[in-house]
Ligand binder design. Structure first.
Ligand code: GLN
Length: 184
């Protein structure tokens, strides 16, 4: 089974670990750079991107994460995890994220989304103070939208979502990611 790391500085770590293990992966929590060694893939969970950024600085994880993601290893980033990859943060995806972009009143909502490349019909997506993707380069493939907002992207071996696929019990995105890590 592929060994998949989950960045475990803050946020929805346990839910991703559970979804990955239900999908047949082995998992490892990543809190320090050495824990990236030997991984077949990496999940960047949702949570609070400012807190995670401080943790990345504290643990000296910025360059190791750039090296891991830049090497072309499979990455699944959700919500705050997607924000970490944008131009203003680790600069690993050529796009900008607008934080809390769905408004302060509507902190949380759900929608059934068609995800390009995902079989089995629409996916229930839970948005919690979610970002939107703006100004993506042409090299970025948009895989999901809600109204006209971009909430799913693919760029090389990185897939990112503004919502929380780990919270619904529908493990199709995790299963596809685990399969991708197994092939890589
Ligand atoms: N609003 C959060 C942030 O900006 C992200 C929300 C989430 O990950 N659910 O970090």
């Amino acid at each position: 089974a592929p060994l998949i790391g989950v960045l475990a500085l803050q946020g929805g770590v346990a839910e991703h670990v559970a979804a990955l293990e239900r999908s047949g992966a082995r998992t490892r929590l990543v809190k320090v750079p050495e824990q990236l060694d030997g991984l077949d893939g990496l999940v960047l969970p949702g949570g609070e991107s400012t807190t995670m950024t401080l943790g990345i600085e504290r643990e000296g994880l910025a360059e190791p994460l750039r090296g891991f993601v830049g090497s072309g290893a499979p990455v699944l980033a959700t919500c705050a995890g997607l924000i970490l990859l944008d131009r203003a943060h680790l600069d690993l995806l050529p796009l900008d994220c607008v934080r809390n972009a769905f408004g302060r009143q509507v902190r949380s909502f759900e929608a059934d989304l068609e995800i390009s490349g995902l079989e089995g019909g629409p996916l229930r997506a839970i948005f919690i103070r979610a970002p939107q993707v703006r100004h993506a380069d042409d090299a970025v493939t948009v895989t999901a939208t809600v109204d006209d907002a971009v909430v799913g992207v693919r760029h090389g071996a990185v897939e990112g979502y503004a919502f929380h696929p780990e919270l619904t019990g529908d493990d199709r995105l995790h299963a596809a990611f685990v399969a991708r890590c197994r092939r890589a």
